[in-house]
Design a protein around this ligand. Structure first.
Ligand code: HEM
Length: 503
């Protein structure tokens, strides 16, 4: 045997033994099935072979062979991936799957602790989330007239920008930056009960910190997520220090905003926002136990506010950027939506949130936006103890990835998931159908807390923009790149369109 043949022989024998061992081990430990895991790289080869651009598509394809609950190894990280609407709903309703998967760099945002909401451990998360939800609802976005007032003001500022573009730039705009300030402003308004003028240096600072955080953090989504030890070995290569600096700047920035609110002192007797209610509760004599002191601390409030900005701004802004792209690419959808608005509301006023129930086509357009955008395709959770699901045992400390893409783009259920077709949500009597399938905000106890805020914002912006403006391609024969840019939240490639004023 030549050296090459010997190497090939021993390699084949080793891999075969490993393969047999993996089959035996999975059966013995009742692990979910999955592709063969190679030393060092785990299942990465099979993932790349299934789809080399989008891991969530690759995993959805693999699930057709291995089933809805599948074992994978992302490099050095053991994972179980959950696919399919029914299985996802089932898993998300179970207590054992409530914990979030986190990493050191992500926890730096919350002072290295599992506090706040997004990355909080379940013990801290439960009271923090309960308090936040109740107060967001009581003071702000739970109330329609409050929402409407803020959204109308944001819309007014947006219109001013579009009118300026019509006057100065023949109506040509680049939508990807258009919605950043309104989205951050709405997240701030929901917590603070007030908004910033679009020229206020504070909102400009917030928007720039958030944009820099997401663009820097998106680098950590690929190779370093699969090989986390690389972050420890080469921190500067992955800009870990810059992320920590952004966190520190954000903490300082939020501290200053909070000290302005504290200076007013009215929160002590008459709180009128989530932030004021939190400060009042934090300083009250109800906080006695060490657990309460951890939940109701300034660090916890800062972490929660950071979470709201992080989870709320890019998502809303990306939804609206995609919305203008789809409406321009599908002029017949834009026209049908406008016709419904004209028939139901007329030309005398703009749509309000109260009109929602009488606008089924508008609702169908927004459901289709959520489905087609699938902005957060992969959702990371974690099990901390051996957890039984169906006939399997998911070992403690496994990363559990919920693949929302597999439900929102399920070929078997939707038939033509790649097409942008709002009518799929209407029956022949114009009633909404299949809305429950749109789990882009996830489901269960740890679903998105900003669902109402995002829904209202997107509804108000889409309907009012279509009433006021036509959205057209910037050039004849323009081809749009509707592929998504991969990151924690999917986003659209830069594009240009033309706006024309209607009313
Ligand atoms: C189209 C817009 C949005 C989408 C698609 C979206 C989607 C999601 C998803 C999929 C999750 C993960 C839920 C889970 O793990 O089960 C989540 C969590 C979260 N979202 Fe949103 N979101 C949006 C807008 C917002 C807004 C506007 C806010 C707040 C202002 C917000 C705040 C949060 C927070 C704080 C969490 C963490 C919840 C927890 O861990 O308990 N989101 N969102």
């Amino acid at each position: 045997m030549t050296l090459f043949e010997s190497v090939l022989f021993y390699l084949t024998v080793t891999l075969t033994l490993l393969w047999v061992y993996q089959i035996w081990d999975r059966k013995n430990r009742r692990l979910p099935p999955g592709p063969f895991q190679l030393p060092l790289i785990g299942s990465i080869l099979q993932i790349v072979l299934a789809d080399n651009k989008y891991p969530f598509k690759a995993v959805y394809k693999l699930s057709k062979k291995y089933g809805d609950v599948m074992s994978l190894k992302f490099g050095s990280v053991n994972a179980v991936v959950i696919n399919g609407y029914d299985t996802i709903k089932n898993i998300l309703n179970q207590e054992d799957f409530l914990n979030r998967f986190d990493t050191d760099w992500f926890l730096h945002r919350s002072f290295g602790k599992r506090i706040g909401i997004l990355a909080a451990s379940t013990e801290v998360w439960r009271p923090t989330r309960r308090f936040t939800m109740r107060n967001l609802r009581d003071f702000g976005f739970g109330k329609k007239h409050f929402q409407q007032k803020f959204l109308d003001t944001e819309m007014h500022d947006l219109s001013r920008l579009l009118d300026q573009a019509i006057e100065q730039n023949n109506g040509v705009i680049e939508p990807h930056t258009l919605f950043r300030i309104p989205s951050v402003n709405i997240a701030w308004a929901s917590a603070a009960g007030s908004r910033f003028e679009h020229t206020d240096p504070k909102i400009l600072k917030l928007v720039s910190l958030m944009s820099e955080f997401t663009s820097t953090a998106s680098i950590l989504d690929g190779v370093p997520a699969a090989f986390p030890f690389l972050l420890r070995w080469f921190p500067s290569f992955f800009s870990i220090q810059r992320l920590s600096d952004i966190d520190d700047e954000m903490h300082q920035f939020l501290r200053t905003l909070l000290s302005d609110i504290r200076g007013r002192e009215t929160y002590k007797t008459d709180p009128d926002s989530f932030i004021e209610a939190f400060l009042q509760h934090m300083e009250s004599d109800k906080i006695i136990s060490p657990e309460d002191r951890e939940v109701f601390s300034e660090e916890s409030l800062i972490s929660t506010l950071y979470d709201l900005f992080l989870a709320g701004s890019d998502t809303t802004s990306a939804s609206m950027t995609f919305a203008l792209m789809w409406l321009t690419m599908y002029p017949e959808v834009q026209e049908k939506l406008r016709n419904e608005l004209e028939t139901v509301i007329g030309n005398g006023r703009l749509a309000t949130l109260e009109d929602k129930l009488s606008l089924p086509y508008a609702r169908a357009v927004i459901l289709e936006l959520h489905r087609h955008n699938h902005l957060v395709p992969f959702m990371p959770r974690k099990v901390y103890k051996d957890t039984a699901y169906d006939k399997y045992i998911i070992p403690a400390d496994t990363l559990v990835v919920v693949n929302l893409y597999s439900a929102l783009m399920d070929d078997d259920f939707w038939g033509d998931p790649q097409n942008f077709r709002p009518s799929r949500f209407l029956d022949d009597k114009n009633n909404i159908i299949n809305a429950e399938r749109i789990i882009n905000f996830a489901a269960g106890k740890r679903n998105c807390i900003g669902e109402i805020i995002a829904e209202s914002t997107i509804f108000a912006f889409v309907t009012q923009l279509v009433q006021k403006y036509d959205f057209l391609p910037a050039k004849d024969g323009q081809v749009f790149n509707s592929d998504k840019i991969h990151g924690g939240v999917l986003s659209a490639h830069k594009y240009q369109i033309k706006v024309r004023r209607r009313v």
